[in-house]
Design a protein around this ligand. Structure first.
Ligand code: DP6
Length: 330
């Protein structure tokens, strides 16, 4: 009744931004991401008959409140699926700055889903696991896979056709991502609250949703052709459209800091000087920069020298879920 799993976070090139069903976590648009090897969560789940409630430790600290409630809510789904009603001890180690726009919920829920289902004796396919993971946190359903993954929004209202699938083989393309860390502080508007406010109040939301199919088709062509310019241009424009929707919300909000804009300008300057690079930003101030391996030294140097940048972390394409032995859990 115990298992350990490791999952990596992912960065969306076509963003998931908006739900059509908040309870089941059904999105209004398909999204597409790269799984990154640089940031991961390792989670150990033990179902124990003697427990009277679930217990959750994150980086060795006992967690209560909203975060712990989300874990229990997810474990309830797993218990229902397995038909076994036993509480669990969950221990997670996060190698992601939590809640700073690094989608720690993506690696977190992917690792929790994999470890808990294995521990309870369910043997799920990737598709089943992705569908279940989605209900913990939407973006997490893409972290089941390595490389490029697309979350198909599905059409059905029960969510049975809403899960992620791989786009190409994991080693299709050695594309790199530099994560530019500006602030590890907790963000003010969570992605969940931010997208809800956008859906409910932003007049730009309709335009956002309508623009997705064309972006998706082009970026998939670009990935297949390994056309860096095409992929980068679409990813950057898609990110800007997502962030534009927040300015139209009521009350309006933005995830950007002044340094966020400086990093964006630096990326543009790099391009102007002949170094291909494109940015994307999630629901936080930090910027992720897409680049090719041959430019790694220049990219790192340029980003690190920006005032207000705390750290630059380089990632390659990461792998999907892996299961570890209990002895690997430190
Ligand atoms: C901006 O997956 O964190 O990172 O489904 O409510 O848990 P919930 O939201 P979450 O949203 C991620 C939004 C995003 C874009 C993306 O990853 O596609």
């Amino acid at each position: 009744m115990k298992a350990t799993a490791k999952a990596h976070t992912n960065i969306a090139l076509i963003k998931y931004w908006g739900k059509r069903n908040e309870e089941l976590i059904l999105p209004t648009n398909n999204s597409l991401s790269i799984t990154l090897d640089g940031f991961h969560t390792i989670t150990n789940v033990s179902f124990k008959e003697e427990l009277t409630n679930d217990v959750f430790y994150l980086n060795d600290s006992f967690v209560q409140g909203e975060q712990a409630d989300r874990v229990t809510k997810f474990l309830n789904l797993v218990r229902d699926l397995a038909g076994r009603y036993v509480f669990a001890e969950v221990k997670s180690v996060n190698a992601v700055p939590t809640a700073a726009g690094f989608a720690s919920s993506a690696s977190g829920f992917a690792a929790l889903a994999a470890a808990s289902t294995k521990a309870v004796g369910l043997n799920l396919s990737d598709e089943q696991l992705s569908r279940l993971t989605r209900q913990g946190s939407g973006s997490a359903c893409r972290s089941i896979y390595g490389g490029f993954a697309e979350w198909q929004k599905g059409e059905k209202e029960d969510g049975s056709d809403s899960f992620a699938v791989p786009v190409v083989a994991k080693d299709h393309w050695d594309i790199r991502v530099a994560a530019v860390v500006l602030s590890s502080k907790m963000k003010k508007v969570s992605s969940r609250a931010g997208m809800k406010r956008t859906v409910e109040t932003s007049p730009f939301f309709k335009g956002w949703v309508e623009s997705i199919p064309a972006d998706l088709q082009s970026i998939k062509e670009g990935i297949l052709e390994r056309d860096f310019t095409k992929v980068g241009e679409i990813a950057e424009a898609n990110c800007l459209k997502m962030h534009a929707t927040t300015l139209g919300a009521s009350p309006p909000f933005t995830y950007w800091l002044d340094t966020t804009v400086t990093v964006m300008q630096t990326v543009k300057q790099l391009r102007d000087s002949g170094i291909p690079a494109y940015f994307t930003i999630d629901a936080g101030p930090n910027v992720k920069v897409l680049y090719l391996p041959e430019y790694e030294v220049q990219i790192k140097q340029a980003l690190q020298s920006i005032q207000g940048v705390a750290d630059v972390k380089l990632s390659r394409v990461g792998q999907g879920i892996t299961y570890l032995g209990d002895e690997d859990f430190a």
